[in-house]
Design a protein around this ligand. Sequence first.
Ligand code: TRP
Ligand code: SF4
Length: 560
Amino acid sequence: MADDHRGGDDASPERSVSDEGERSRSDDRESRRTVTNPSELRSDGGTATGADETTLDPWGSSTVADYRNLFEEFGIEEFDDVLPNVPAPHYLMRRGVIFGHRDYDRVLAALDADEPAAALSGFMPTGDPHIGHKLVFDELVWHQERGADSYGLIADLEAHSARGLDWDEIDEHARDYLLSLIALGFDPEEGELYRQSDNRQLQDLAFELGVETNLSELESIYGFGGETDVSHMQSVVTQMADILYPQLDEPKPTVIPVGPDQDPHVRLARDLAARMRFFGVTAAYASFEADPEERHLIAAAYEALSSDPEPGTEDDAEPVRCIEAADWLADQAEADADDGASDDTTRESAIEKLRAAGKEPLRPRTRFLDRNATDEAFSALIEAIDGEKRVYDEHIDSFDLALDAADDLAREVELDHGGYGFLAPSSIYHRFMTGLTGGKMSSSIPASHISLLDDPETGYDKVKSATTGGRETAELQRELGGEADECPVYELYAYLLAADDDEFATRVYEECTGGERLCGGCKEQAAELMAEFLEDHQEKRAEAEEVLDGLDIDLDTERA
Ligand code: TRP
Ligand code: SF4
């Protein structure tokens, strides 16, 4: 999460409003992000310009130069698209702090229908939990309150292998994370808290997932190589197991609230969920296998040829044959070559496959692929498919079942025969908080963040020393207004201090940008609210001690 170490970060807590740009802040600017005007309550702007390329590295210093890249480059969807479907959205959703998702609709639909759903996130106990982690704690609590089975886990294996922490430190921090999570409203009786090292079921699942994961894949996703230690790789399959863990009892839509740096993990987990399945279900047009892109072309050929106005009635219409589709695609290729279009390899392979199938008629169908099914399960599926079907060595084609129905059927048979039947996990992504000193909020730079363990006075002081988006003089500020979108203090209001009060967040924003608010008073108000928050939170942490001690979770690791 947002606690990476960045060499060269300027950690000086004291920075007046006038020294912006004097220090080596180019890095910081790139990682700067803002919430847009809360009166619009949207997430579509507020990003730095001229930024470098976005990299998503779970263990590196992921800077997100421009959140919009994440949509185009990585296929994360905009949260705005699903926001209207969220009943009583959390303020982090309303204010665009939660900006992206994958497949979140399916979780919302389940919650809406009172069907099983889950939320899970994990925390590396590398330092104190801070206000950046609070976002995720809040997200878990929110989903729990809406009926999701919620899970909070301590990624201690990861902290040990990827960050080299020893077990005493890990135990101490683990305790602190769990106390804050409970203090913020997580109900450990309703949900589940665990640590990776202590969860046998999880590790068994990790082992099974390891069977489906190979080194070259980890190389391409995470840049692992010959020098990567095995425990680090093990921590990856462990995280994959974390993400699928809520589905061990039964498959259910599961949301993983995380920062975008964790997206590579989410993508791999979605892939593995499918790979673990007994059966895959796809559309198909002929007996041979085609990949999704080839299928797309074949579908186009089929559509074009079958709707050709041939003489004669539907009934005696000649079927479209594979070879004709091959010719059609080849003609298209020629036409496209004239205007320089590309994508030739897919087309060529599709043409080749169609030619090889010769006179076989093209006919739309639903295909069940045998991925990891036992022989028994495969036979049972054959039995279970009603209507016209054709059975091959590694797949079964059904001519009467729609995709959705086929998917349900495949899962049912899989579950009956001891498979997991995983659904692809969903995710939601929140923006990283800006550090109080500008740049990234980092666990390793105390002045950059407010720890949930900081005493109220320390919290107060840190806010008072924070960088702002203010102008050089009060006069200029009155004239031009402050730059709330560039201001870590405004972020504190939007992400935390204003809590559910949109009207308050909007007021701060408008007074700032309208020049009515000056930084001194604004920081004073924020500092006081922060001190109040910390005091309250720490009281609740004290109460949470008893709850935590009553849980079956071992916080005293007996290892060297
Ligand atoms: N890798 C995460 C981090 O760096 C921690 C984590 C472990 C996690 N397992 C998880 C996060 C499962 C989400 C879901 O903080
Ligand atoms: Fe930031 Fe407040 Fe100053 Fe505006 S007035 S720039 S929100 S500190």
